[in-house]
Design a protein around this ligand. Sequence first.
Ligand SMILES: [Ca+2]
Ligand SMILES: [Ca+2]
Length: 120
Amino acid sequence: MALVTYKNLDPRVVRDQNKPKPSTDFRQHKFGARDTAKDSPPFLTEAELIKVFKRFDGNRDGRLSRQELKNAFESLGSYFPTYRAIMALLRADKNRDGYITLDEMRYLIEYALSCNYYDK
Ligand SMILES: [Ca+2]
Ligand SMILES: [Ca+2]
């Protein structure tokens, strides 16, 4: 994503950029310079996301329904929890039964990580 952006920039502008600017590239935030880190709260880690999603298995059946996913994304501060829940199911519900089970959880976490939720 960042590569495409830089390609479109004037090379003189790129050379003048010593500091990483706010961008959609989360790796830059995560491992970036100290001055960007202090402005933004830390992103949720994989382990924290797993904890959140497990907590939102409301009926404790070991799988997450679309409604439970929506509640989880809502708690993560998502502006579009319904959309996120649908996308998460598309990405992570490998057997297409409409639920995220424990073995599908890692795909869900992968997706959630790509959304860059902040620690609150
Ligand atoms: Ca459930
Ligand atoms: Ca499934």
